[in-house]
Design a protein around this ligand. Structure first.
Ligand code: UDP
Length: 339
């Protein structure tokens, strides 16, 4: 029998794919998700993929007594903490909502874990901690920059809180700095479900191709990059999910009782917005309506990951191509819209 792992936010985009990866690796995931930014249909998708129900608490994870009960009753050995609000723009308008939810729930979770003696934690962080890097790729030693948003600040402060707790208490934790997760499970049983108009590039592309949006606006065509558009490190969500399994094995087997580390999770390669649009057109056989618009405030020009440390210490690297990620994202969108 594998270890029981609590996945907070396990019905969300990255959380649900990680539940699949955990199950396939022999762990027993238990979800807690308040469904404020996810949909109960995800549970049916997980059942389709895994052939069984995944236990799920439909609850806010900022509840100390409840968390203790869940950790205790399920004999949880590790926690993967995804549950957080993630809309950058909204975080600027509602800072307290973001600090209360993202940091409040983290502190509550840490308190409950320490009280129950659960000593392994994987935290969802973000490459936003690097800000606009002078010379990509960024390594984990690249100095972190003042955050450009309240959302980004919750990730920076979250990392610091965990680091400090690991120095003082019996806790082994890693923060995983995600680059740009895209794609969906290849079965199209689960995928990304953006609320309203998507902020992210790939759901915007697939919704435009599905006829839900009239055209894609490419935010800025005059950056000093080879084709004038921004460069990011796109990673297939299943590769990202599998990295959580590697990170969990890493902390579970780590011989000390106090341990903290950070890892970049990306493909290690940068691709421009224009490259993504052209590749999507190639794999879908569609002409994607698009135009170059203004730059988006707060966007960095170019960032991609140095993934050497993750490869060396976690024994993990990406297996899937950008083409597969776009294909899987498009298959998921077609299924959603019965195309
Ligand atoms: N982008 C774009 N049009 C859109 C959404 C995004 O041109 O409708 C660009 C954005 O400027 C950035 C890249 O796509 O260069 C990835 O943006 P996304 O919001 O997906 O992720 P971010 O890197 O901002 O976290």
């Amino acid at each position: 029998m594998g270890s029981n792992i609590l996945v907070t936010g396990g019905a969300g985009f990255i959380g649900s794919h990680t539940v699949v990866a955990l199950s396939e690796a022999g762990f027993n995931p238990v979800i807690i998700d308040d469904f404020s930014n996810s949909n109960a249909s995800v549970l049916a998708g997980l059942r389709d993929i895994l052939g069984r129900d995944v236990p799920c608490y439909a609850e806010d994870c900022n509840q100390y007594n409840l968390l203790r009960k869940i950790l205790h009753e399920n004999r949880i050995e590790g926690v993967i903490h995804f549950a957080a609000y993630k809309a950058v723009g909204e975080s600027m308008q509602e800072p307290l909502t973001y600090y209360r939810n993202n940091l409040g729930s983290l502190i509550t979770l840490l308190d409950a874990m320490l009280a129950e003696g659960v000593s392994n934690l994987i935290f969802s962080s973000s490459c936003t901690v690097y800000g606009d890097p002078d010379t990509p790729p960024v390594t984990e030693e690249t100095p972190i920059k003042p955050p450009a948003s309240v959302y980004g600040n919750t990730k920076q402060i979250g990392e610091e809180i965990i680091r400090d707790v690991c120095q003082a208490k019996s806790l082994k934790a890693v923060s995983l700095r995600y680059f740009n997760p895209i794609g969906a499970h290849p079965s199209a049983a689960i995928g990304e479900l953006p609320k309203g108009v998507p902020n992210n590039l790939v759901p915007y592309i697939t919704q435009t191709a599905a006829g839900l949006r009239p055209e894609l606006t490419i935010f800025g065509g005059d950056y000093p990059t080879p084709d004038g558009t921004c460069i990011r490190d796109y990673i297939h969500v299943m590769d990202l999910a599998e990295a959580h399994v590697s990170a969990l094995r890493h902390t579970l087997s780590y011989p000390e009782t106090r341990y903290y580390n950070t890892f970049n999770l990306g493909s290690g390669k940068g691709h421009s917005v224009m490259e993504l649009v052209l590749l999507f057109e190639k794999i879908s056989g569609l002409a994607l309506p698009s135009r170059i618009g203004e730059r988006r405030a707060g966007d960095v020009m170019a960032v991609w990951a140095d993934v050497q440390k993750s490869a060396n210490m976690l024994g993990w690297k990406t297996k899937r191509t950008l083409e597969e990620a776009l294909q899987d994202a498009w298959r998921w969108q077609q299924k959603l819209n019965n195309l």
